[in-house]
Write a protein that binds this ligand. Structure first.
Ligand code: NAD
Length: 502
């Protein structure tokens, strides 16, 4: 039988298999390069969320009681199967996001490591035994939460989902996923990989659909113990408040406005190499996009000159072509947002140094193309420097001293990521420590690893992905106190001193 996506109609993934939505409705997923319809996907709603949560609840006992080493074996097998199907996953991920194949081949190529890392963590994470006075053994266990809900965006559909699925599985949870309506295909296809790896039916369920419908139904569901959202900050506030009504745990990986801070002594060419990547990877649609390039005045003009020249040479083209460096934006809506902010930037008095329009040519007539764009002469109080644009727009700002650079970098409501570029090792750490950001890179940008905690300060989020922190966040602590004494239970002893709580 041809794979589901070859048939162009995809179902929901519930209880280890495909099924249509209860409503019978479907919605179209587009290829952003030419706005063609890539697939029709079942449109899940509240009834489907109920079915998925029920399946996950049925599967929970068995999976949570599966010993960690057996869970780790399933996860290692999933990594192996994913490696074997990598070409297919990359092709679909490119088609549904419009992102360049060179990026997604590199990004997805690493995802099997998440299953291996968290599987190993499940095996090696022993219960702790803190000291306790008297004849007692006191220990804690980390037990899974139950059924967890993952709500994910379209910009890194499989990476972001993997960051949530791997620790959830390792810790013994079952789950329901509501992927982005723009890019639900690879999250659905992951169901086949996990099933073939031996994951029991019902542990991993996917209900594609829209945020206000399937997303809200999942968030409100009383059977969900934790909602983990990656999305915009406004979505985060809505989802957190819905979850709060049931005291459902909430984690949010939200918006960003990352600064790249370049100090004197760094070669302008090195700054530009980094800025081209930080600003334009994923056509600027990443939460850690280097959207504000804060450059010391002594190298500012040289950086701007080279940045503008090399931005013009970036190769746009078919995202499936390995030579392509910049693909389209994901949707008409996203392009309209970028165009709105470019207008705002010009009205605010920033200088449009390059880009600022759609590319010309037959290849770009359909689809959601936009040229990589550089604004200079930007002030940090401008809206283009403060609000998340989520597109290929970078704002360049000069600074004169370290204090000013730190104030500029920290001067937004966001606090996800920052990068510090300097040849001075003392300055590197001094400045990094003062960044109000959950992730700081020194002479690097946008590096990610399953072992490195990922998450935001301020309005960029709550909670952490990756690392032991993520594993912990998918568990709850149970404390067990064992009285080792054979002395009689003495609450009734008439010595006037109540000792039970001492
Ligand atoms: P979005 O907020 O529009 O949607 C994210 C997800 O939430 C989607 O699945 C959507 O359907 C769902 N959703 C929307 N409204 C909902 C509601 N009321 N109830 C439940 N679910 C709802 O975000 P997007 O456009 O898909 O992604 C871009 C945003 O994600 C950017 O702000 C970006 O910074 C952020 N992001 C953050 C990180 C991070 O690690 N911090 C990573 C990637 C993207």
């Amino acid at each position: 039988m041809p794979a589901e996506h070859e048939q162009r109609t995809w179902g929901l993934w519930i209880d280890g298999g495909w099924r249509p939505a209860a409503s019978g409705r479907t919605f179209a997923v587009e290829n952003p390069k030419d706005a063609s319809v890539l697939a029709e996907v079942a449109e899940g709603g509240a009834t489907d969320i109920d079915a998925a949560v029920a399946a996950a609840q049925r599967a929970f006992d068995g999976w949570s009681e599966t010993p960690p080493e057996a869970r780790a074996r399933v996860m290692a097998k999933a990594a192996e199967i994913l490696r074997g199907r990598m070409d297919e996953f990359v092709r679909i991920e490119v088609d549904q996001t419009g992102r360049a194949r060179r990026e997604l081949a590199a990004q997805l190529g690493r995802l099997p490591e998440w299953y291996e890392y968290f599987g190993a963590l499940a095996r090696t994470h022993e219960d702790t035994v803190p000291p306790f006075n008297g004849p007692f053994l006191n220990y804690t266990r980390r037990v899974p939460l139950g059924v967890v809900g993952h709500v994910t965006p379209w910009n890194h559909p499989l990476l972001i989902l993997t960051k949530k699925v791997a620790p959830s599985l390792a810790a013994g949870n079952s789950m329901v996923v509501k992927p982005s309506e723009l890019a639900p295909l690879t999250p659905l296809l992951l169901g086949e990989v996990l099933r073939d790896a031996g994951l029991p039916d019902g542990v991993y369920n996917v209900v594609p659909g829209f945020g206000a419908d399937a997303g809200a139904a999942l968030t409100r569901h009383q059977g969900i113990r934790k909602i983990d959202l990656t999305g915009g900050t406004e979505t985060g506030k809505t989802v957190a408040s819905l979850a709060g009504r049931n005291l459902t745990r909430f984690a949010g990986e939200l918006g960003g406005k990352a600064a790249m801070v370049a100090f004197p002594g760094v070669a302008p060419q090195a700054v530009v190499n980094a800025a081209l990547f930080a600003s334009f990877v994923a056509t600027g649609q990443t939460c850690v996009q280097g959207s504000r390039l804060i450059v010391h005045r002594s190298i500012h003009d040289a950086v701007v000159e080279e940045l503008v020249t090399r931005t013009r040479t970036l190769r746009l083209g078919d995202p499936q072509d390995l030579r392509t460096q910049v693909g389209p934006l994901v949707s008409e809506r996203q392009r309209a947002i970028v165009e709105k902010y470019v207008r705002i930037g010009q009205e605010e008095g920033a200088t449009l140094a390059v880009g600022g329009r759609r590319p010309e040519g037959a290849a770009y007539e359909r689809g959601y193309w936009y040229l990589p764009t550089v604004f200079t002469g930007v002030r940090n109080d401008m809206r283009i420097a403060q609000e998340e644009i989520f597109g290929p727009v970078v704002c360049v700002m000069p600074f004169d001293d370290e204090e000013e650079a730190i104030a500029l970098a920290n001067g937004t409501e966001f606090g996800l990521a920052a990068s510090v570029w300097t040849e001075d090792v003392r300055q590197a750490h001094r400045v990094a420590h003062r960044m109000q950001a959950g992730i700081v890179w020194i002479n690097d940008h946008h590096r990610i690893d399953p072992a490195s905690p990922w998450g935001g300060f301020k309005m960029s989020g709550i909670g952490r992905e990756n690392g032991i922190a993520a594993y912990h966040e998918y568990t709850q602590i149970q404390n067990v106190i064992v009285n080792l004494s054979s002395a009689p239970f003495d609450w009734f002893a008439d010595d006037g001193a109540m000792k039970r709580y001492s």
